[in-house]
Design a binder for this molecule. Structure first.
Ligand SMILES: [Zn+2]
Length: 266
């Protein structure tokens, strides 16, 4: 596997849970998969572009019927870009059990995308899709996953004014048996981010910014902030790195969005 892909892939496991990050790169795609080793039940957290391809790279279609719920941290394209494809694949393979999709209250991007799918195939998809708008400190339990949502602080670009505005954004704490996972989603350093990872067995933490990157508005955690946050958890892995773009005629560069952090994709 090429080094560039390895940098964006992570796995962690204990005797009852496996956490796979088949791919995570800022401004491209992030998908996190939890799999209970006892039940085979799965939960997805964010489904970025290529999520289906990345899940199939494990060599199984078990997620088609075993994944529930799908929890979306926020509406940036790199966290929800794969939702239509995942739902379409589940429809094609005739998933039968209901699917719950958790989104932050007011997350219009995810609500619209899922709504468009449901509308497009009204009456012709074999499983029920229920979208749940959830808020800070609200819980959502299935028989296998106990989920607590925690509001975090993440900025989105308001293109009409070119301003940065806080957007609906959540991190998730998920209990599977005796194991607790914390996933920050995208966030700047804030109380919510600390609450997500505090004392969990494994924290999945975004670490988008290099410490040397100049910052106007802290949209994301820096690497040192992410590591500091990680010390609140028993173990942690860092994801959502800014991808290095290969040499081109204009020279080596990294994904940028000026006026914010100098290298801050979504
Ligand atoms: Zn984002």
């Amino acid at each position: 596997m090429r080094k560039s892909l390895l940098q964006h892939t992570s796995v962690w496991e204990n005797d009852e849970l496996r956490v796979d990050v088949p791919y995570s790169a800022a401004g491209v795609s992030t998908t996190v998969l939890l799999t209970s080793k006892f039940t085979g039940k799965m939960m997805l957290m964010d489904v970025g572009d290529g999520a289906l391809r990345d899940l199939l790279s494990f060599g199984s279609t078990a997620f088609v019927n075993e994944a529930d719920p799908i929890a979306i941290t926020h509406g940036h394209f790199d966290h929800i870009g794969g939702i239509h494809t995942i739902l379409g694949f589940m429809r094609m393979l005739k998933r039968s059990s209901p699917l719950n999709i958790l989104v932050p209250v007011g997350c219009t991007e995810a609500i619209s995308l899922v709504g468009a799918f449901k509308q497009s195939y009204a009456g012709s998809h074999p499983f029920r899709i229920q979208i749940h708008e959830i808020e800070d400190l609200s819980g959502f339990d299935t028989d296998f996953f106990k989920i607590q949502a925690v509001a975090v602080e993440h900025y989105g670009l308001e293109n009409t004014s070119d301003e940065e505005v806080l957007m609906p954004a959540l991190g998730f704490r998920v209990r599977v048996g005796n194991t607790v996972v914390g996933y920050t989603g995208d966030t700047r350093m804030c109380q919510g981010a600390e609450r997500v990872v505090k004392d969990v067995d494994i924290a999945v933490i975004e670490a988008t910014r290099k410490d040397t990157d100049p910052v106007d508005i802290p949209v994301h955690l820096s690497e040192s902030e992410a590591k500091r946050l990680g010390t609140l958890a028993k173990q942690y892995i860092l994801i959502h790195r800014t991808p290095t773009i290969a040499e081109s005629s204009t020279g080596s560069t990294r994904a940028t969005r000026s006026k914010r952090e100098k290298c801050t994709p979504d």
